[in-house]
Design a protein. Structure first.
Length: 253
């Protein structure tokens, strides 16, 4: 249970985005029936790609809003605007964690997770839980890491069609082997493109995901920030944005 933020840009990635996203650790929507005062304060993470190369991957525990390490990492990303050459591609995935009941808290369980496959570095952040997911112990996987492993295992290429096919296979595997999910909302990037998937089986008011095209940048977030329109990713669909910033949509389930 988390808040997700992603950006792919040929222009600036403003520091204000990270400030507003950090506010969701305290002010963000929380699950129906949950203890609202907890917010999303169980961890945070940032993955930043520049021209397809991962140059920053920082994770922490606690609330991003209270952690100088988060804001230092955000500033390191934002200050690339100073020396960025025209046409450079910047991709960010960020995550605020609200740990599922019984799930341990630590930097190793903070998203985004990063793995390599096919000569590419992939970053993944998830909002939701597997119904019969693993209860992680030290060194073990959370249900989000299980979903990421399944997704990469099903992935045969990096284009939107391959990601859509891998997502469909992952949904089927999770339903078959883990009893389904509360939500399988995720962001995935290899530094060249960003992919946003939304599907849920409970609490549609919490498991939201929105996107907005600002011309030189496309933003995706669990809740609209910094003037984003409330344009939702349709349930069961994948929105992919490539280096040309064109949006491509696939109905997966």
């Amino acid at each position: 249970m988390c808040r997700l933020f992603g950006a792919i840009s040929q222009g600036p990635v403003y520091y204000d985005l990270f400030e507003e996203f950090a506010d969701l650790a305290v002010l963000g929507n929380t699950p129906r029936g949950g203890a609202d005062e907890r917010g999303h304060r169980d961890g945070w993470g940032l993955a930043f790609f520049r021209n397809g190369k991962l140059v920053e991957h920082v994770r922490g525990v606690g609330s991003a809003e209270d952690d100088p390490k988060y804001f230092k990492a955000a500033w390191n990303i934002a200050k690339t605007n100073i020396d960025r050459k025209a046409g450079e591609r910047l991709v960010v995935i960020a995550h605020l964690r609200r740990a599922s009941e019984g799930t341990p808290i630590g930097p190793e369980w903070s998203h985004p997770f990063v793995e390599s496959k096919g000569g590419r570095t992939w970053a993944f952040a998830h909002n939701g839980g597997l119904t019969d997911g693993p209860v992680p112990v030290e060194g073990g996987r959370t249900d989000s890491q299980v979903a990421f492993k399944l997704l990469l295992g099903n992935l045969d290429g990096s284009d939107p069609e391959h990601v859509a096919a891998a997502t469909k296979a992952t949904v089927e595997a999770v339903r078959r082997d883990y009893g389904g999910y509360s939500s399988l909302n995720f962001l995935l990037s290899d530094g060249d493109s960003i992919h946003a998937f939304r599907d849920y089986e409970t609490d549609s008011g919490y498991y939201t995901l929105y996107y907005d095209d600002f011309g030189e940048a496309v933003l995706v977030c669990s809740q609209p920030i910094l003037g984003m329109k409330e344009d939702p990713v349709v349930k069961g669909s994948l929105v992919s944005v490539g280096p040309d910033l064109r949006l491509r949509r696939h109905q997966v389930v």
